[in-house]
Design a protein around this ligand. Structure first.
Ligand code: FCB
Length: 449
């Protein structure tokens, strides 16, 4: 693994609601995930993030683990309702102070803080006003970005505005299996557009107060048509546009792919106002790529409402505990496709998430997963794609949304009864990867500037 370009960074990713716990501490407000997970029948075993990994209290020893791993980057998210309990107004000083300590703690350990502003935990008060369906939520994200940027912008090394707006759209607003639990049919353009507008306004706000580079993290999945039949091909093309281009074309090209017309019953011009696409498409410094698996897609099956059918599994590939197929070569294909699709408009790429659910502590499966995906990244780099870093999802086993605590993605195992952390075998393996990386030529391994 030592043949990555000098300065290529290895890191780990987490998200606030999945690890922090301390749901009622220091003035934190309610998020949509508190409301959703506390509603009976929404998560496996009735799990909530009330305690999660108790990272809010154990952050110092958790940062020690990252340092021990030799990772030079840590991507975490900020809980919006910790900073703004109702999603508006001045910052809650105690909430912001937690992230201030966290950032300083990372820098003291030689680890770059990569900070996600929105990883799905919208303040409930904003949901009560319509959530992402309400244009005002985008303005609120811009204001929140400015508060966080003012407080941390002198030390953060990479901003990530949104995490996976596509997954938040589909699981939270179409299927209703994630917070806020909505099923909006095909009237989706407001939720799509306001997330993207929020991204753009966050970029504007961060530019005013911080010089750190900015990205957003999209979830990408190469689409494999189920067959050569025309209806399968048509459905696969539609699916590709929705998952892979709907949240990228507006940012990098300043235009929506044409499918957007089918995603609203209202007049597009009443949602996408003059000037919005300019705000959304202002330059960003990197593109965050979250990758887990490709998608096998065919025509809808009888009784299905959506215009496609995405297969649960892909025959012939190993699957994780989640049942997700493991296809490392599809990551290389994805990176090359992004380069071919966007050409000069594509900024450098960060792999902001990749990982697998696999429970055992002796986890050769996870080692093989990351080794395969790192090989795919190297192949993409050899093919000329500019990739700057790879963050493994995740440092710790955590609250895996609707799946509760059953799906375990951590390099570190967590016993949720005792909060004991146990390094998995993949932790030791990933440490070898991190510590064999060539330092930046200019900085000789110090924190990036
Ligand atoms: C991604 C999410 C992340 C985690 C992984 C497994 O879609 O961004 O929070 O749940 O999947």
């Amino acid at each position: 693994m030592s043949d990555f370009p000098p300065g290529f960074q290895f890191g780990v990713s987490t998200a606030a609601y999945q690890i922090e716990g301390a749901a009622e501490k220091d003035g934190r407000g309610l998020s949509i995930w508190d409301t959703f997970s506390r509603t009976p029948g929404t998560t496996r075993g009735g799990a909530t993030g009330d305690v999660a990994c108790d990272h809010y209290h154990r952050w110092e020893s958790d940062l020690d683990l990252i340092q021990e791993l030799g990772a030079t980057a840590y991507r975490f998210s900020i809980s919006w309702p910790r900073v703004q309990p109702t999603g508006a107004g001045p910052a809650n000083a105690a909430g912001l102070a937690f992230y201030d300590r966290l950032v300083d703690g990372l820098l003291a350990r030689g680890i770059d803080p990569l900070v996600t502003l929105f990883h799905w935990d919208l303040p409930q008060a904003l949901q009560d006003l319509g959530g992402w369906g309400n244009r005002d939520t985008a303005m609120r994200l811009g204001e929140y970005a400015e508060l966080v940027g003012e407080a941390l912008g002198d030390r953060v090394k990479l901003w990530v505005t949104l995490n996976e707006p596509y997954i938040h759209l589909v699981l939270g607003h179409v299927l209703g299996v994630h917070a806020p639990g909505q099923q909006l049919g095909l009237d989706l353009l407001p939720v799509i557009h306001h997330q993207l507008l929020g991204h753009g306004l966050a970029v504007s706000a961060l530019r005013r107060v911080s010089t750190a580079p900015i990205t957003l993290a999209n979830n990408y999945s190469p689409v494999w048509p189920a067959s050569d039949a025309e209806d399968d091909q048509t459905s696969a093309m539609f699916y590709d546009l929705v998952q892979n281009r709907l949240f990228t074309d507006p940012v990098l090209l300043g235009a929506y792919p044409p499918i957007v017309e089918g995603l609203t019953t209202a007049d597009i011009d009443s949602i996408v106002l003059d000037g919005d696409l300019q705000v959304i498409s202002q330059p960003i410094d990197a593109l965050g790529v979250n990758y887990y698996n490709p998608s096998l897609v065919g025509a809808p099956q009888p009784g299905e409402d959506l215009p496609f059918h995405r297969a649960e599994t892909i025959p012939g590939y190993p699957t994780t505990d989640f049942g997700w197929p493991v296809v490392p070569s599809a990551l290389r294909d994805l990176l090359v496709t992004l380069r071919d699709t966007y050409g000069e408009k594509l900024p450098p790429i960060w792999i902001t998430e990749s990982g697998c659910s696999y429970a055992p502590v002796d986890d050769q499966f996870r080692i093989d997963y990351h080794a395969g995906h790192l090989t795919a990244v190297r192949e993409a780099i050899a093919a000329g794609v500019d990739v700057r870093g790879y963050c493994a999802w995740s440092l710790l086993d955590n609250f895996e949304w609707a799946e509760g605590y059953d799906q375990r993605f951590g390099l570190v195992h967590v016993d949720f009864d005792t909060q004991e952390r146990t390094r998995r075998r993949s932790f030791d393996w990933f440490r070898e990867v991190c510590t064999s990386a060539a330092p930046r030529p200019d900085l000789q391994g110090g924190p990036t500037g």
